[in-house]
Design a protein around this ligand. Structure first.
Ligand code: URA
Length: 237
């Protein structure tokens, strides 16, 4: 791939690419790259940050409970990487955001660190949608507290949406939509309105919806359209 093409894939138009190259801000492994028309064989960087090449890989997984969302664990606990074939594990795939060990559902994995970073960055405020089974049934007051932004012990959660899909008397099935991803956030928000979480499943991130055809523990590559939509969401295309 030519350097101009790689920069364009990263949302940098030709005129800006010329300026960046001239300023020496585009580098390869052996120093500045000076010719936008030259073929690029290895990685290239803008201000030290790796540029996306066409070889990036993205997939979605239906995460099962019981595995950590991590590339490895020093204490030897199982991670979601175990579900991938060796060849993919060696490609530098990393999870986008974290699901708790007991949480299930949509986990995106990508080799593109910048895409991953933007998808979880509070700056881009991408929606994450969860289905939560709760003890008790949240009422209108709880939904209002979610809309206002719930104060937790160490931070105030941004406004979020809480919808009761099924009132089961002493429990409920709820849909929660949040735009940030702090540690145990959904569980803590629901607990704070008196409805502790029994099970938690993520069904959507940044408009990408979990493929219900994926059994627990299965994964598939994102289609070109799905990947393209994610890049567009975070203005990388
Ligand atoms: N909120 C939680 O409490 N847990 C998760 O895994 C994700 C969001």
């Amino acid at each position: 791939m030519r350097l101009f093409r790689m920069l364009s894939l990263n949302g940098i138009p030709r005129s800006r690419a010329r300026d960046l190259i001239r300023a020496g801000r585009v580098t390869g492994e052996n120093g500045p790259l000076t010719d936008g028309n030259a073929q690029i064989d290895g990685p290239a960087f803008l201000d030290g940050e790796k540029l996306r090449g066409e070889e990036e890989v993205h997939l979605m997984m239906n995460k099962p409970g019981g595995l950590l969302t991590a590339t490895r664990d020093e204490r030897g606990q199982g991670t979601v990487m175990e579900l991938l074939p060796e060849r993919l594990r060696r490609m530098g795939l990393g999870p986008v955001g974290r699901l708790d060990k007991d949480a299930t559902g949509l986990l995106i994995l990508t080799t593109d660190g910048q895409l991953a970073h933007r998808l979880i960055s509070p700056r881009w405020e991408e929606d994450k949608v969860y289905l939560a089974e709760t003890e008790n049934v949240p009422g209108e007051e709880a939904a209002e507290r979610f809309r206002a932004g719930i104060e937790l012990s160490d931070f105030t959660a941004k406004p979020a949406l809480l919808e009761v899909l099924e009132d089961r008397g002493e429990s409920a099935l709820c849909r929660v939509t949040v735009r940030e991803g702090k540690f145990h956030q959904v569980k803590r928000m629901l607990s704070s309105v008196g409805c502790p979480v029994i099970t938690l499943k993520r069904v959507s991130v940044a408009g990408l919806v979990l493929d219900e055809g994926l059994e627990s523990g299965q994964w598939r590559y994102l289609t070109d359209e799905e990947a393209d939509a994610l890049y567009k969401r975070v203005q990388m295309r």
